[in-house]
Design a protein around this ligand. Structure first.
Ligand SMILES: [Zn+2]
Length: 303
């Protein structure tokens, strides 16, 4: 079990979904009460609970569980988790909330898109409606002792994506709004599955940059400094992908050929190519899905 103190009042638990390390983080914010940001999937909830025990967090002291969005790797485990946390309220975007109450469609869709990776993540369990807080932009959640987070609506990766700003550390919990940070090799790669919206994602990145954060807490994966630089880099990377995709589409390339051109044209992704290929989950998902999302976005613009 990997529990790390990463800032004053903030701990990170590597939930090791599918026994993959350094991939999905859950953050534990400890004030007078406790808030969690991200749960990881259903399959790794036992690991998350072990981590909370290691931190001596009493289940009844967890007041909030905030998820960035409902994709299985972020909020998939929240239904199973709250069974163990008698007082916790779940914070989620209003468009995500119905899918947490009734996750059947989400599960079917995930199986369709993710295939066997969905099985690694596990089926989401329903969250009782009375546990949910459908969050709106600017809402603040306070657990005392100076520890609070503010909801920042950051759509684009999904139509129901939230980030959370922590004024006490000047950091942002980015979910998937700022890409995937491969902390072991120091590389950012896009996470832009369909129905990705580039224009909205760029506006969200501006919104985060305007907070002037010092630190980013990536769900994938971990704490990173030079927040502004990383947010700007990601915006440029997304624009680069779209421009490569646009030219390749005009050229009549297949989706495979477009993906290859993106790998060759983006130095960061090129550097990450071997890492991604060896990764149990990312090899199956990120490049293929992300290329697909950008290609569909560009095609929709021109059709
Ligand atoms: Zn994700």
């Amino acid at each position: 079990m990997n529990v790390t103190k990463i800032d004053e009042h903030i701990y990170m638990i590597d939930v090791e979904a599918g026994e993959v390390r350094n991939f999905i983080a859950s953050y534990v914010l400890i004030g007078e009460k406790v808030a969690l940001v991200e749960t990881g999937p259903t399959s790794s909830i036992p690991n998350l609970l072990d981590g909370l025990e290691e931190l001596n967090v009493k289940p009844e002291d967890v007041a909030y569980v905030a998820v960035s969005h409902i994709h299985l790797d972020h909020g998939g485990g929240v239904g199973k988790l709250v069974k163990h946390l008698p007082k916790a309220k779940v914070i989620v975007h209003q468009r995500g909330a119905p899918h947490l109450v009734n996750p059947e469609k989400l599960w079917q869709q995930s199986q369709l898109v993710l295939g066997e990776i969905a099985e690694i993540y596990g089926e989401p369990e329903p969250v009782p409606a009375e546990r949910l807080i459908a969050a709106s932009d600017g809402m603040t959640v306070d657990v005392g002792d100076g520890v609070s987070i503010r909801v920042v609506e950051t759509l684009g990766h999904a139509s129901h994506h939230l980030s959370y700003y922590a004024p006490f550390s000047n950091g942002v919990f980015t979910g998937d709004a700022a890409g995937i940070y491969l902390s072991e090799i120091g590389v950012i790669v896009p996470t832009t599955p369909p129905p990705f919206r580039l224009d909205i994602a760029l506006a969200s990145l501006d919104k985060l940059a305007n907070l002037r954060p010092k630190t980013l807490y990536y769900t994938h994966f971990g704490k990173a400094s030079d927040a502004l630089e990383k947010l700007r880099f990601y915006a440029e990377q997304l624009k680069l992908w779209a421009s490569i995709a646009k030219k390749a589409i005009e050229n009549g390339d297949t989706i495979e050929a477009i993906g290859q051109k993106i790998v060759e044209g983006d130095k960061a992704v090129k550097k990450a190519e071997d890492y991604l290929k060896k990764h149990k989950v990312l090899s199956e998902t990120t490049l293929k899905e992300s290329v697909q999302g950008v290609v569909e976005y560009v095609k929709n613009l021109t059709s």
